[in-house]
Design a protein around this ligand. Structure first.
Ligand SMILES: [Zn+2]
Ligand SMILES: [Zn+2]
Length: 347
């Protein structure tokens, strides 16, 4: 039997979120019931709740940075026990049969993964996210949160952490590599921490020097303002990897010029409009302009274990559910250091 639980939902596109109730499915054979303790606010939540990325399903309960405690397990569950700390990220299912799923790249499932909220699951029901007190999820799409990580600072790792960890690993960030993180927000601050923990030399490229002290404290070795034209002169040909976390339109040519030969500019943020690029900016120096989207389930677990081992959590501002709408306004103004996290006990 399904259960009725409290949640915060956007009733329609652009409408303020408000308290409501939703149904969570009965705990199936392979499901776990997680009592959600904390849910991060990702910029994607705002894009989705305002239907900024096109058609969306309402009412919508956003939230794909979920951390909590397992309170019930199905009869066939083997990976979790009641009392375990568990998380849910951006997806709750995939086809599990395509080449990508078999390779642990469920995020690139050929049939499309089932997103944690605003999607339709295999059972035909709409998915609801983490701005809620409970969630039921297949154990194969739940993550173990190691004891060394507090649940509040762990929640944002489920999106911001894996979104930066996966490309940094794929493009071999590590000792001897120079990594630039473009943008010092929710994603960027995790990119700095993770790239530093991986052993890379880390440079932050941010619009201004406003957050310089924070950046250096979080593990950056250097910090430059992109509003200063001298930055682009000085850093020409410097980086093995540039991880762009910004979704505003960029002069891609100018950033590609900052790469070494064989360097890669990897986008995890995306401007809404198509870009225009002179291809000579990748031809000279055999450069790569690439993108990356979250990470697979196994890699997300690897990231959580890595973060626990290195003592890495997100920098957060804990808020009550009644402050979600105000928090959205502040995220849009980049006025958060560095992630809002909802205390779901206040829902
Ligand atoms: Zn996200
Ligand atoms: Zn698949």
């Amino acid at each position: 039997m399904s259960t009725t639980v409290a949640a915060y939902a956007a009733p329609s596109a652009k409408a303020p979120l408000e308290r409501t109730t939703i149904e969570r499915r009965a705990v199936g054979e392979h499901d776990v019931l997680i009592e959600i303790k904390f849910a991060g606010i990702c910029h994607s939540d705002i894009h989705m709740a305002t239907a900024g990325w096109g058609e969306a399903i309402f009412p919508m309960v956003p939230g794909h940075e979920i951390a909590g405690v397992v309170t019930e397990v199905g009869s066939g569950v083997t990976k979790f026990q009641v009392g375990d700390h568990a998380g849910v990220g951006c997806m709750v299912d995939s086809c599990r049969e395509c080449d990508n799923c078999k390779a642990g790249l469920e995020q690139y499932c050929a049939q499309g993964n089932v997103q944690t909220y605003g999607a339709v699951g295999k059972d035909g029901e709409v998915t609801y996210g983490g701005y809620s007190t409970h969630i039921v999820v297949d154990e194969n799409f739940a993550l173990r949160i190691p004891d060394g990580l507090s649940l509040d600072v762990a929640a944002p790792l489920l999106c911001a952490g894996i979104t930066t960890y996966s490309p940094l690993k794929h493009w071999n960030a590590g000792p001897g590599k120079k990594v630039a993180v473009l943008g010092m927000g929710g994603l960027g601050h995790m990119g700095v921490k993770i790239a530093h923990a991986l052993g890379a030399e880390v440079t932050v490229l941010s619009q201004s020097l406003r957050k310089k002290d924070d950046g250096l404290k979080l593990g950056a070795d250097h910090y430059y303002a992109t509003s200063d034209p001298e930055t682009f002169e000085k850093l020409r040909g410097s980086f093995d990897i540039i991880l762009s976390t910004v979704s505003a339109p960029l002069d891609f040519g100018a950033y590609l010029a900052l790469l070494k030969t064989d360097g890669a500019l990897v986008n995890v943020g995306a401007p809404e409009e198509p870009i225009s690029l002179n291809l000579f900016s990748v031809i000279g120096g055999r450069k790569t302009l690439a993108g990356s989207m979250i990470g697979g389930i196994a890699e997300t677990q690897e990231m959580l274990d890595f973060c626990a081992e290195h003592g890495l959590g997100a920098e957060i501002e804990l808020i009550a559910a009644s402050e979600i709408n105000e928090a959205y306004e502040r995220v849009l103004k980049s006025d958060v250091r560095y992630r809002f996290v909802i205390d779901t006990a206040t829902i």
